[in-house]
Design a protein around this ligand. Structure first.
Ligand code: NI
Length: 192
């Protein structure tokens, strides 16, 4: 079983390679080509589409529940920001955690993972085709690292919170290194 350190190395090196290859170009705020229709499944097995979120702002994050540090860090930071919004603001907002790991993330595990960080974070996943379609639409990337026939494989993935407006259009995004203060300020600006 790989140590946490080994997993971190597995995680970081391919991401740096992606960055060097220009894979992050979609991270720029000015890109209008992010988002689109999706059909996924929640932890209860219910089909969920982008249309279910019309009328609310939607935050979208891609990851997987067994992630050793990137997802917990990103979702922990996001939850600290959500905690500083008032109820009226939270009522106009939904958050989806899209797992790229349906092999391990389904049922109760998928349903409860997001809630550990904040009650409004809903876990979704889908078939590989559905996941690849939504990841491509958002410009999110992931890559399996390790033997997926074992239960301890890692997945390298981009770590971005995409902010969509109530009509499902891209507004902005928060990169992994965005500060909670910057995130809060942007969210309060759009939710006011
Ligand atoms: Ni992760």
């Amino acid at each position: 079983m790989p140590s946490t350190l080994t997993r971190r190395r597995l995680l970081i090196v391919p991401l740096l390679t992606l960055a060097a290859a220009g894979g992050w170009r979609l991270w720029r705020d000015e890109s209008p080509q992010i988002g689109g229709p999706f059909t996924l499944t929640d932890g209860a097995g219910k089909s969920v589409t982008d249309a279910d979120f019309r009328g609310r702002f939607l935050l979208v994050y891609f990851g997987y529940t067994f992630c050793p540090d990137v997802c917990p860090t990103a979702l922990g930071k996001l939850s600290s920001v959500l905690d500083r919004l008032d109820k009226a603001q939270l009522d106009r907002l939904a958050v989806v955690f899209i797992s790229v790991d349906p092999q391990r993330d389904h049922g109760t595990r998928l349903a409860e993972y997001g809630h550990v960080f904040h009650p409004i974070i809903t876990g979704l996943t889908g078939t590989r085709e559905q996941i690849d379609a939504v990841a491509k639409a958002y410009g999110a990337r992931y890559q399996f690292a390790g033997d997926t026939s074992r239960d301890d494989y890692a997945i390298d993935h981009t770590s971005v919170v995409y902010v969509m407006d109530p009509e499902g259009r891209f507004m902005t995004q928060f990169t992994h290194n965005a500060t909670p203060e910057a995130m809060l300020s942007k969210l309060q600006a759009v939710l006011k």
